[in-house]
Write a protein of this length. Structure first.
Length: 223
């Protein structure tokens, strides 16, 4: 079965004060369909860089990156952006909701370049109901709790029907109780929608829910 993500000998080197710094140093990683993978490690270990390279938000200095069988290094930026929008949903630590829009409008607006409002609104309502916000469609972000705002962000990432969901410290701004609720929700959605889930985290509560853990240290896979 073709891997969702296939990374071979990936390096990412930055020039900092006349010195080369390796954020990634020869990483090999394969993620299979339907997996829940947690990428763990201390701050500065390369977790976010690895995630960004895996989905084409950043290019490796060297190495091969395949996403759903496509060589990302061979794709031009515009084609890569379209491809990513069609198959990847992204959740960040900060929900990054637009304050002047309602929960429903935030979800719809994220896909407007790719579909029409009417069809998007119907799907957005369904997804927001799935994440438990069916009664808060018209609430502005300021009227939602931190956990609810992150649920809107998850709905926004899933409205396009991605086959892969990636999250970078999605519980970083949540307390333990809200974290568990969010993880329960992601687990339920994963079963219902059948996506692969890759999460970058330093939270042991999050890592404990994963089917597999990859640890990074100084840009290298250490376990």
């Amino acid at each position: 079965m073709t891997a969702v993500i296939q990374i071979e000998d990936a390096w990412k080197t930055y020039r900092v004060r006349d010195q080369d710094v390796d954020a990634l140093a020869g990483v090999d990683l394969a993620v299979g369909p339907g997996e829940w993978l947690a990428v763990c490690g201390p701050s500065g270990s390369g977790k976010t860089t690895l995630l960004n390279v895996a989905i084409g938000l950043d290019r490796p200095t060297q190495g091969t990156i395949n996403l759903f069988g496509r060589d990302l290094n061979a794709m031009r930026q515009e084609a890569l952006a379209r491809f990513r929008a069609d198959c990847v949903g992204i959740v960040f630590q900060d929900p990054l909701l637009l304050p002047g829009l309602t929960a429903l409008e935030n979800v719809v607006a994220s896909r407007l370049p790719h579909s029409r409002w009417k069809s998007l609104e119907r799907r957005a309502r369904e997804i927001l109901d799935m994440v438990g916000l069916g009664q808060r469609l018209n609430f502005a972000p300021s009227r939602l709790s931190g956990g609810e705002r992150q649920r809107v962000a998850i709905a926004r990432s899933l409205v396009g029907g991605p086959r892969l969901l990636v999250a970078d410290e999605p519980t970083g701004q949540l307390d333990a109780e809200s974290t568990v609720r969010l993880l329960d929700l992601i687990e339920s959605l994963k079963v219902q929608l059948g996506f692969t889930f890759v999460v970058v985290t330093h939270d042991p509560i999050v890592a404990a829910r994963a089917g597999r853990i990859v640890s990074l240290h100084a840009g290298r896979v250490s376990a």
